[in-house]
Design a protein around this ligand. Sequence first.
Ligand SMILES: [Zn+2]
Length: 276
Amino acid sequence: MAGAAKAVAIAHGVTRLTAPNPGPMTGAGTNSYFVGEDRLALIDPGPDLDAHVDALVAHADGRLDAILVTHTHRDHSPAAAAVAARTGAAVYGMLPPATLENDAAFAPDTVLEHEHSVTVGGHEIVAIHTPGHASNHVCFLHKATGILFTGDHIMNGSTVVIAAPDGNMRAYLDSLALLKHYAPQTIAPGHGEPLLEPERAIDWIIAHRLEREAKVVEKLAALAPATIDALLPQVYDEVDPALWPIARYSLRAHLEKLLEEGRAQCTETEWTLVAD
Ligand SMILES: [Zn+2]
């Protein structure tokens, strides 16, 4: 039985409470962040677990004005309704896509658009639309500190899954490049500890994904026509087979990126490269 979440100060006016939902996909659990002092914004209320909702409401202590949601996967948005009901805070986020992994009940008071700005107690927070992990994903930039709250777009210590049809590898890489324009000072991820060198972290992720893509192309050239299941152990040969079911989503996302770019084609089940 996990005790009450400990509030961890990330920066002046920014505090983290981690939900008690640790796991292979969630690391130590989902990070919920409070921004502000006299009045507060809450970024990612997390899963609707009583202990977590109680901890959030207790920490807010009558000061909560806004609940901001990065995306509607079930470990990020479901507590929004319970926290809003107990605090009267307004909920902001993009609408959930109609796919299974989404919290279909999520109903924001304000539907966010790219660069929508929310100010709570003098703290301005800007939403940046970052599709890729999820089509309705936004990151939040806290203007005063330069902290970028990245939800599941950038995590620390667990794998970002890009799963079709809602996930899209091409969009994911474009969104990473976009974030660099905002010159964040620190990344506060939805799972794991802060990343203190954002530009380096972003460049590393882009390079890592493109390296994997190059391996997909190499193995496809050798094996084509090939099914995803034939490619999987080849493309992820250095990865623990226990993780292949998860890697399979990313492999499909890489192949679909190549398809979108006219570099690969597929029949029902088999993939081939398009000759240059
Ligand atoms: Zn997610």
